[in-house]
Ligand binder design. Structure first.
Ligand code: FE2
Length: 276
């Protein structure tokens, strides 16, 4: 079993960086922290999680709705404002559609389709849910981003809170995520599972069983950080011997360039990068 110290990155595929990066900077208050020709890294100032964005070109597939990332606002009144602002700027940002504000349990949210083929969510999450044991309701920021940093929209995304994955079967998926990847199951219900590593921050990944799946490519993956390069090499050796019966579908070669890492495809055929 891995002993990861963090889910440190999400990886995301779009069609064109020039079209998709303004979505993150202008509509989600994220910053571009790295940029090369075909790849960029964005990060929200209140979130340690980095999102690595790969330019997949014009033929990159649409990703399933349940592979979205989500940004949270501090006040429920900001959700209708976010809807209004994004609906008013659809043409400018080539946004295909934006849903009306929708309330479910403790969440109040909108979704929109960015031109790179991905759905993104902006949500308010009622902190009263903490009292009911919902760990995902804990504050995702200590210092709120002031309106001056993101003026004129009527809403301020305060953190990137979650990513989302599909699975085939909740029970086998939960077992794999907990006992092979070493992730903490911090919540969920009959249907969904929330995984996290609270040592690294409050962000989490929602895993949802989906009957007819669109499988994701390697550009849509999460990165797990282990404590040392040695641990990564040991894990790779271990999985080359025992990976198949554990449910690992693919194990890519160990890379020893800038950092020691390898990629695996899990029991749900989702990709993970294991790195130091
Ligand atoms: Fe979500």
């Amino acid at each position: 079993m891995l002993r990861p110290i963090g889910i440190t990155e999400g990886h995301y595929e779009c069609r064109s960086l020039d079209e998709t990066l303004p979505i993150f900077t202008d509509l989600l208050a994220a910053e571009i922290v790295e940029r090369t020709e075909k790849q960029a890294v964005v990060k929200h100032p209140n979130t340690a999680w980095r999102l690595v964005i790969h330019e997949g070109g014009p033929n990159a597939a649409n990703k399933p709705h349940s592979n979205h990332y989500c940004f949270r606002v501090a006040n429920s009144k900001e959700i209708p404002k976010a809807h209004e602002y994004i609906a008013d700027h659809k043409a400018q940002y080539k946004i295909k559609s934006v849903t009306r504000p929708h309330e479910a349990h403790f969440a109040y949210s909108i979704y929109f389709k960015e031109p790179g083929g991905n759905d993104l969510e902006i949500e308010y999450y009622n902190p009263a849910a903490i009292k009911q044991g919902r760990k995902i309701a804990v504050p995702h920021w200590t210092t709120p981003l002031p309106e001056e940093k993101f003026p004129g929209r009527g809403y301020v995304p305060q953190a990137m809170t979650h990513g989302t994955l599909n699975c085939d079967n909740k029970e086998t998926s939960d077992q794999f995520l907990a006992n092979v990847l070493g992730l903490d199951i911090i919540g969920g219900g009959r249907v969904s599972t929330y995984i996290s590593l609270p040592s690294m921050g409050p962000w989490y990944v929602v895993v949802l069983p989906t009957p007819r799946r669109d499988y994701l490519g390697v550009n849509s993956r999460f990165t797990l950080q282990l404590a040392s390069a040695e641990e990564v090499a040991d894990a790779h050796k271990e999985f080359s011997k025992t990976g198949k019966p554990l449910g690992i579908q693919e194990l890519w070669d160990l890379q020893e360039n800038r950092r020691v890492s390898f990629i695996l495809s899990d029991i749900n055929r989702n990709y993970w990068e294991i790195t130091s």
